[in-house]
Design a binder for this molecule. Structure first.
Ligand code: NAP
Length: 247
């Protein structure tokens, strides 16, 4: 198993892409902390499934937008397990609207969860990873952050921000043995995209060179690769997993 003995924290892992990443890391032997904000039952279901499959996992509540709460969650993981090897910043929300109609609250909440949440977790894990002289940090950006998307000024800004954060952190942490990369998914079949109307789904699919949405497992396999030994010389990169949308 590729990640035996390692401890991983996956934010927003109770469903969708985060769930698939947690399952993939656990399958390779990592002890996985399944973070959730509101969806406790779903996070516990993920933990039960991982344990049934012979893996190790625990569910931990934390709102990633809360700087102090992230510190408490990460300090607690380090105290209990003695290490933290992999951080996956997956937690994310959308509050879509046209720019002129977008409220300040909807702009701030998306930035606070998607971008500041990633900063909060990277900041608090980095000291331990520097001590270990090793670590993998993977953040989920989006094709909207790479290309921009009408109706998603807040979301696109947060996901473009993740790319800048990733590159800056990669430069700071490279000599400490820590890699920092981002994954930019295209349109993936989860609850986040399930709410799109059929008309929007059809229009979006037209713009995907591969002509279909991706699956959470497509992102999970990329995250697993970035967390594994084979990706040890890759840092500061944005891997687009989008059926060819951004090229
Ligand atoms: P999803 O099904 O809506 O799941 C979002 C997850 O984020 C949930 O587990 C949710 O947990 C968690 N979350 C939200 N706010 C949180 C907070 N403040 N603190 C902790 N956890 C929080 O979305 P998804 O499609 O799996 O998306 C996962 C990531 O991929 C997101 O960053 C998203 O922006 C990105 N992405 C998705 C797509 C796509 O097409 N689906 C494309 C590009 C990028 P609770 O329910 O417990 O709040």
């Amino acid at each position: 198993m590729r990640l035996e003995g390692q401890v991983a924290l996956v934010t927003g892992a109770g469903r969708g892409i985060g769930r698939a990443i947690a399952m993939a890391l656990a399958k390779e032997g990592a002890m996985v902390i399944v973070n959730f904000n509101g969806s406790q039952a779903r996070a516990e279901e993920v933990v039960d499934q991982i344990c049934k499959d012979g893996g190790k996992a625990e569910a931990v509540q934390c709102n990633v937008a809360d700087h102090g709460a992230c510190k408490m969650m990460i300090d607690d993981v380090i105290e209990r397990f003695g290490r933290l090897d992999i951080l996956v910043n997956n937690a994310g929300i959308t509050r879509d609207n046209l720019l002129m109609k977008m409220s300040e609250e909807d702009f701030d909440s998306v930035i606070d969860t998607n971008l500041k949440g990633a900063f909060n977790c990277i900041k608090h894990v980095s000291r331990q990873m520097i001590r270990q002289k090793a670590g993998r940090i993977i953040s989920i950006s989006s094709v909207s952050g790479v290309m921009g998307n009408a109706g998603q000024a807040n979301y696109s800004a947060s996901k473009a921000g993740i790319i800048g954060l990733t590159k800056a952190a990669a430069r700071e942490l490279a000599k400490k043995g820590i890699t920092v990369n981002a994954i930019a998914p295209g349109f993936i079949r989860t609850e986040m995209t399930e709410v799109l109307s059929d008309a929007v789904k059809t229009a979006v699919t037209e713009n995907i060179p591969m002509k279909h949405f991706g699956e959470a497992e497509d992102i999970a396999q990329t995250a697993l690769f970035l967390a594994s030994a084979g990706a040890g010389y890759i840092t500061g990169q944005v891997i687009c997993v989008d059926g060819g949308m951004a090229m």
